[in-house]
Ligand binder design. Sequence first.
Ligand SMILES: [Zn+2]
Length: 390
Amino acid sequence: MRLVFRECSYILSPQGLLRNIDIAIEDGKIVAIGRNIGGDEEVDCRGLVSLPGFANVHTHLSHVFAAPKVTPSWENHHVEAHSREAVEHLLRLALIDSLEHGVTLVADTTAYPDVLRRVAAEVGVKAVPAVPWRMHGRRERGIVLESLEDIVDFSEEIKSALEENPSAVLFVHVANSRFQVYASKTKYGKFPIELVDSKGLLSNVTILVNPGWAASWELKLISKRGSKIAYAPVADAFTASGGSLPAREVGYHGITSGLCTESPLLGLSLSVLDAARHLLLLQRSQFWERELTALEVLDIATRGGYSILGFKGGVLEEGAPADLVFFYTSLVYVEDVTPERLLFSLGPAGIKYVLVDGKFVLDPPRKRLLEEAKRESLEKLRELSYEPKG
Ligand SMILES: [Zn+2]
């Protein structure tokens, strides 16, 4: 069956914003983009703007309600002190929240990968479990390294785990703050990314989580090894880390990058859209140039994230999986709206539909069901006497 979204006011395609366009979907994929496309079923898309779904390439979903006991920092945000049962409800709430912000793919740091997979399938979001190495991460596709000590103490074992599992992805928290750079230089005599490389862990399966304090020669090293970068701009600004990578330079080096919210303890929400807006503004204010555009930032938030997690999609083009978000904003009635204005006009309340593999995972009837699911999970957490800890 061919489903057609008829006359979307704008779509975000690799060619930029296109006006008054039909999107046809069949067997979970985008099969045609154009005008006057025939279909078996039609959805009126006038007044809506369609974007590829957002990818959150690193977060800690179970922190969704955590209240920090101490000032949260890059060094102390790795907390998972909840029971399996509490985590199930926290993940449900966080995944619904992600979906309500247009996130269709998320890589979550969790000690309970089986629970994440089950709840994500139920909510309708694609999920990659990333398990901290010290919590038996080697058995999972995603492995998280939390500290410089992990990198040094376990490098040989990690390398053999990566060889055993060719589809594995290694998430490394590195060069997040000045403190980490000094600690690395003092303790190991190397800069953090240099240290990762010296241990043979800087490779094309490595995702460096917000390495704001990387030197330009380290960027060249990242590019040479084919490693990827996850920006966490809200967490960066909130923690006053004082360091950010220049996104344009990262792009010139041919490094693929994605966006993440980090833990809500650091990144304040699970909204990749907010992260995208912050990336654009932070980059402009920190590097004193106006070249980075909203289109580039949105590309990092969608296609970039999908790509670094090894997924097809994140792009609105023929042949891609139909992971799409449809937003209402009154700006769609403006002729020739700029991508920057559009980016800042989008909000979760304006989301009318979210599709994952061509299936409606968010639409008005399902919104009501998800509200019910949220209420039940909140009640269960109360019964479990769950106390948010950070
Ligand atoms: Zn993290």
